[in-house]
Design a protein around this ligand. Sequence first.
Ligand code: GRF
Length: 194
Amino acid sequence: MTKLKLAILGSGRGSNFSAIYQNIQKGTLEAQIVLVLSDKPSKMLAQAKDYGLVTIYLNPQNFSDRNSYDQELIKHIKSSGADLVILAGYMKILTPDFIKAFPNRILNIHPSLLPDFKGLHPQRQALQAGVVESGCTVHYVNEELDGGPIILQKKVPVLPGDTEESLAQRILQEEHKIYTQALKIVSKNLKKVE
Ligand code: GRF
């Protein structure tokens, strides 16, 4: 198989995207980022431009509904030739049509040990629940929010005195490692079925 081609979707800071990009540059991950797409004029998009990658900003306000927005997304991703769609802080819920367009080809990272603390503010949820460990999960995306099959997880301790920010930072350090590790696992499996 030629290099794994990735389309990255995000809405914000883009630190997971950057970590993946750096790992490709270092040769830790054999892949190519063919498209970086955002629903916001995000920091991630600016960074991707600096890296010289193909970027697209799709403003949801220019579309009449979620479905027509996602149809446009599908079009761009298909024409990029991406093998995998990588969600990295993408804050829009995907439509069922989008998910059906890329069966078992969409990955997401979530800052909790799924199935615990799905949805928004998982670090806050973890602190409120009083757990002594939390972590992050890379999983396939299906129609259940944060509910697709798990590829990889990493635990981190919740320490006394942790705030949402300190816990989020500790988890983020691990996110930056496991997304690349998960991509290697998925890439191997894709090669097996080729
Ligand atoms: C990460 O915590 C990720 O787990 C969650 O959104 C955040 C995105 O951060 N889905 P970044 O944009 O990758 O820095």
